[in-house]
Design a protein around this ligand. Structure first.
Ligand code: ATP
Length: 227
């Protein structure tokens, strides 16, 4: 396994958010991290990246224990994050946003432009002038420029227009076909499940079900994901 998380716990001050999360991602695999609002998806991602310190449990990435490392060290080891809310540098151009993230590897400005031609057309525009969908493409492009072994997207398509969502899913399918390992959080199961290989469901900060995306029955969806 490329990533193995076991028994992960984390708190925000006195408020415990994770009570024991277990999940794993193999090389080249796309894992969907699922669960209703407030069940711990973002906290799991934050703990994986060292942004919210893990209070217990293990995180093994490419054979190394990373649960106690600083966020910049974790990123250097090959984890790329597309955070909820995108967070591009608003006053840098598209090109500058990409360049500041660059680390050696197969992803370059040219290959990001192939994946997202719209970004190439807007490379001299300030990030803050982009549409939400274009900013998400830039956030993905920026994460790819770090040449991550594992790409993690929190809310891949939230708030985006349907036509742009299709572009994002097409890009994620292309990345997966290229062998990129991915963890993705998204509310649209109808778009997510056909692309994902496996799913892990969180409930109240604990992983309660893991299986193939095709095995996530309507009953399971009702029980764990219904509103
Ligand atoms: P959503 O889909 O709403 O983003 P989520 O599954 O990502 O939900 P988290 O954001 O990880 O869930 O939240 C897990 C729990 O931690 C929730 O009970 C939430 O209220 C709590 N929590 C999240 N952020 C904080 C914070 N900054 N301070 C205190 N509690 C927090």
């Amino acid at each position: 396994m490329l990533l193995e998380i076991s028994g992960l716990t984390a708190s925000y001050g006195p408020v415990q958010a994770l009570f024991g999360v277990d999940l794993a991602v193999a090389e080249g695999e796309m894992l969907a991290l699922l669960g209703r609002n407030g069940m711990g998806k973002t906290t799991t991602i934050r703990a994986l990246f060292g942004l919210t310190p893990a209070s217990g449990g293990r995180v093994s990435f490419a054979g190394r224990e990373i649960a106690r490392l600083a966020p910049h060290r974790i990123a250097q080891l090959g984890l790329g994050l597309v955070p909820e809310g995108r967070r591009c540098f608003p006053n840098l151009t598209v090109e500058e946003n990409l360049v500041v993230a660059a680390r050696p590897g197969r992803w370059t400005q040219a290959s990001v432009a192939e994946l997202f031609p719209r970004l190439a057309e807007r490379r001299r525009q300030l990030a803050r002038t982009l549409s939400g969908g274009e900013q998400q493409m830039l956030a993905i492009g920026r994460a790819l420029m770090t040449n991550p072994q594992l790409l993690v997207l929190d809310e891949a398509t939230e708030g985006l227009a349907p036509i742009i969502r299709q572009d994002i899913w097409a890009a994620l399918r292309a990345l997966k076909s290229g062998g990129q390992a991915i963890i993705v959080v998204d509310k649209s199961l109808s778009e997510l499940l056909p692309v994902a290989d496996r799913c892990t469901i969180l409930e109240k900060g604990t992983s309660v079900w893991t299986g193939k995306a095709g095995e996530l029955s309507p009953q399971l969806q009702d029980r764990y994901l219904g509103v």
